[in-house]
Design a protein around this ligand. Structure first.
Ligand SMILES: *[C@@H]1O[C@H](CO)[C@@H](O)[C@H](O)[C@H]1NC(C)=O
Ligand SMILES: *[C@@H]1O[C@H](CO)[C@@H](O)[C@H](O)[C@H]1NC(C)=O
Length: 435
C-alpha cells in the first residue's frame, strides 16, 4: 500500500532555441520551444502518471482521480517572464502526458446527444501563468538590485577570477566554434554551443569532442555561483527563497484534509533548482547538484504518511536529471538527513529563508517604489510578447478560490501570515490554453 498523500513536482522547461540572459542583470531574451523539448516533457508527464496515477505503483496516490482529471485536485503554476513561452509549452506537454485524452471525456446533452471533447477526449487542465510584473514568486531574480550586486560581487570574487584564468586556454580553443560571440566566463557560450550541437549536423560534425563538456562545466560553475549564497537567506538564493514559499504553502494545502489539492506542478526554469538545493543543504551531500539541471529535470517532493505508531507526515525528495537520466529518480535528503524528513522538521528548518510576499521580495531586493513601476512596465511588455509569440488564445479567470483559502491547515503548520500584497493571494489572472 502506498503511503503517498500528495506530491509537489518542480520541473524544468524542455529544450528550446538558443536563449541569452544579460550576464549582469539576467534580463532574458526571447526563445521558443522545439518539438524535442515538448516531446521530453510529455515523456516526463507519462513517467509521473505511471508513478503517481497508476494502481500498483509504490507511490500511487489512490485518492487522485486518474482517468479524468479532477481540476480541484491538481494545481499548475507556470513561470512567465524569461523563457515564458517555453515554460508554458512544457507545462502543457507534461499535462498531456499526465492526463492523456480519454474517451470518457464526453457529456450527454438534454436531447440525448453525446458530445466528446476534441482529439479523442483531450483533457483541459487549468494552468496559471505567473507574471513577474505582478507576482514575484516564480521569477524573483530579475529587476532585483540586491541580486545584481550579488552577481557583481561573484564576478569580482577570487574564485571567479581564478576560474576565468584557468579557462583562458579553453576560450582560445573555442573561438572557431562560437562565431564572434564574446568568449569570457561572464558570457555563457554553453547555451549557443549546446543548441548548435543538438540541432545543427554541420556543427555537430565539426565540433571537437570534450569542448562541450568543458563549456558545460564552466556554465555550471557560473550559474551555481550566481544562484547560490553562503547564507540560506542570502539574496543569492532569492530564486529558491520565493519557490520555497510555494512549496510550504502547497504542503499546507495538501496536508489539510478538507482541501482537495494533491498534485502541485510548478513548471519553471533552472535557476530556482540551484538555489533550493543550496538552501536546503542538499548540495553538501550532492555536490553534483551545484549545476544547471538538464532540460526536463524534475524534483518531486512527496508527502507521505508515517508507518504506525508514528502518525507524523514525512517528506521524500526525489530528483531526476531529465527524462533520459540513466540514474532515474534518485533520493536526495535535505538538511543532512538520510531518511524521509518529518514534515514539521522541514518546515521549521526551511521557513526562515522563505520569501512570502511581493512586499518582502521588494525589501530583500532593495527595490525603490519608482524602480518597481519601471520593472512592472518591462515585465508587462515581456508578457505581451510572450502571449503573442507563444500561443493562440488565453482564457482569463480570477482565482477567487485563493482569496478564500487561508491558514486552515492542521495545527502544527504555521506559515507566516501573508501581507495584504502577497505572493499567493494577490488577485491575478489565470490563463489556460484553448486548442
Ligand atoms: C550550422 O553550423 C555551421 C558550421 O558551424 C554554420 O556555418 C551554420 O551557420 C550553422 N547553421 C545554423 C542554422 O546555425
Ligand atoms: C545532469 O546531466 C548532465 C549531462 O548529462 C551532467 O553534465 C550533469 O552533471 C548532470 N547533473 C546531475 C545532477 O546529475
Amino acid at each position: 500500500m502506498s503511503t503517498v498523500l500528495g506530491v509537489i513536482v518542480i520541473a524544468r522547461n524542455g529544450d528550446r532555441r538558443e536563449f541569452n540572459q544579460d550576464p549582469k542583470t539576467y534580463a532574458p531574451s526571447l526563445t521558443d520551444s522545439t518539438a524535442l523539448g515538448v516531446s521530453d516533457l510529455h515523456g516526463l508527464g507519462k513517467q509521473l502518471r505511471s508513478t503517481y496515477l497508476t494502481p500498483g505503483s509504490a507511490s500511487y496516490i489512490s485518492s487522485l482521480s486518474s482517468d479524468i482529471a479532477d481540476t480541484q485536485q491538481i494545481k499548475v503554476r507556470a513561470k512567465a517572464g524569461g523563457e515564458g513561452s517555453v515554460v508554458f509549452d512544457s507545462a502543457i506537454a507534461l499535462l498531456q502526458g499526465l492526463f492523456p485524452p480519454n474517451s470518457k471525456n464526453k457529456i450527454t446533452l438534454a436531447n440525448g446527444e453525446v458530445v466528446s471533447a476534441p482529439l479523442g477526449g483531450y483533457q483541459y487542465v487549468p494552468l496559471e501563468t505567473v507574471e513577474p510584473g505582478n507576482d514575484r514568486s516564480m521569477e524573483s531574480w530579475t529587476d532585483c538590485p540586491a541580486f545584481q550586486k550579488h552577481v557583481a560581487a561573484f564576478h569580482d570574487s577570487d574564485a571567479f577570477k581564478a576560474k576565468a584564468k584557468d579557462a583562458a586556454p579553453f576560450f582560445q580553443d573555442i573561438k572557431d566554434y562560437v562565431f564572434g560571440r564574446p568568449t569570457t566566463l561572464e558570457n555563457i557560450i554553453y547555451d549557443f554551443m549546446n543548441t548548435q550541437l543538438t540541432y545543427n549536423q554541420t556543427y555537430a560534425y565539426r565540433l571537437p569532442p570534450t569542448l562541450i563538456d568543458q563549456a558545460r562545466a564552466l556554465a555550471d560553475f557560473h550559474e551555481d555561483g550566481v544562484f547560490s549564497d553562503a547564507e540560506a537567506n542570502g539574496v543569492g538564493n532569492v530564486a529558491g527563497r520565493t519557490l520555497l514559499h510555494t512549496i510550504l504553502s502547497s504542503l499546507e494545502r495538501i496536508t489539510f484534509n478538507d482541501d482537495p489539492l494533491q498534485f502541485m506542478l510548478v513548471q519553471t526554469t533552472y535557476q530556482p533548482f540551484i538555489s533550493l538545493f543550496h538552501q536546503t543543504e542538499i548540495t553538501k551531500d550532492h555536490p553534483e547538484l551545484k549545476a544547471i539541471p538538464n532540460f526536463g529535470a524534475a524534483l518531486a517532493i512527496e508527502l507521505r504518511r508515517g508507518s504506525p505508531p508514528d502518525l507524523r507526515d514525512f517528506l521524500r525528495f526525489k530528483f531526476k536529471n531529465g527524462t533520459a537520466d540513466p540514474q532515474d529518480w534518485r533520493l536526495i535528503y535535505p538538511f543532512g538527513g538520510h531518511a524521509d524528513i518529518p514534515l514539521t522538521e522541514f518546515i521549521y528548518r526551511a521557513e526562515g529563508s522563505a520569501i512570502t510576499s511581493n512586499k518582502q521580495w521588494a525589501q530583500v531586493c532593495g527595490v525603490k517604489p519608482g524602480f518597481s513601476a519601471a520593472a512592472r512596465q518591462v515585465a508587462g511588455q515581456n508578457a505581451v510578447q510572450f502571449s503573442l509569440g507563444a500561443m493562440g488564445f488565453f482564457v482569463l479567470f480570477v482565482a477567487a478560490i485563493f482569496l478564500t483559502r487561508k491558514v486552515r491547515a492542521k495545527k502544527y503548520i504555521h506559515l507566516p501570515e501573508d501581507d495584504v500584497e502577497t505572493v499567493q493571494t494577490a488577485p491575478r489572472m489565470e490563463k489556460g490554453r484553448l486548442l
